[in-house]
Design a binder for this molecule. Sequence first.
Ligand SMILES: [Zn+2]
Length: 65
Amino acid sequence: MKDYSEIQCPSCQGKILIDPKLLIQGSSFSCSNQSCDVSISLSSASHQVAESAMKKFEQLKQNIN
Ligand SMILES: [Zn+2]
């Protein structure tokens, strides 16, 4: 089961792998681009990014059920 989502980094357009469950619990996830220091969390992410992650999480839940 795929338990992570891939979102686009708002800074470098690279990939950020997030686990929506951990994101909701307050974890932060860093951009996979070593030279980019963006990290995503519910408290620091732009609403757009957090919203996109939440939508993917909802889709994941629907796929499970
Ligand atoms: Zn980045």
